[in-house]
Design a protein around this ligand. Structure first.
Ligand code: FES
Length: 148
């Protein structure tokens, strides 16, 4: 309290809303495409330098990504980035999904604060690896049973 007025300090939710775009906040709070696909056609798990892990599973039909699901143990921005990268990949050809960049994810989210831009890189890289995994096993899916 100062000069008889109550000074309200922003709570955590207000701080998040001030730092992130509406779209990013929405994807943090209501992430799309959370979950896993058993016997996925493509799958990847990456742990970034920050120590957070993201995992992505793909269901591919005729070269088109029908479903893309993700999971992460990371921060709010990583949840938003996983949600957005799976949204961007859905319905795309595998080659298009492979070319989704960190910048694409950032632009779709309405940018992230500097300290969180690497979360979008983790999401884009995990998507690339999941597509590579799909391509590696596309012609010989039985080999999945033997992969380490
Ligand atoms: Fe590690 Fe966001 S801080 S992914």
């Amino acid at each position: 309290m100062t000069n008889g007025h109550i000074v309200k300090t922003p709570d955590a939710a207000e701080q998040v809303e001030a730092a992130y775009s509406k779209t990013a906040v929405d994807h943090m709070r209501n992430p799309r495409n959370v979950g896993l696909i058993s016997n996925a056609d493509g799958q990847a798990s990456i742990t970034g330098p920050c120590g957070d892990t993201m995992e992505i599973w793909l269901r591919v039909n005729d070269g088109i990504i029908e479903r893309a699901l993700f999971w992460t143990d990371g921060c709010g921005p990583s949840i938003a980035a996983g949600s957005m990268v799976t949204e961007l990949a859905r319905g795309k050809k595998v080659g298009e999904a492979f070319r989704i960049t960190q910048q694409d994810v950032l632009e779709a989210l309405g940018e992230l604060p500097e300290e969180s831009v690497h979360c979008a890189l983790l999401a884009a890289n995990t998507m690339k690896e999941a597509v590579k995994d799909y391509l590696a096993f596309r012609n010989e899916p039985w080999k999945r049973a033997y992969r380490k």
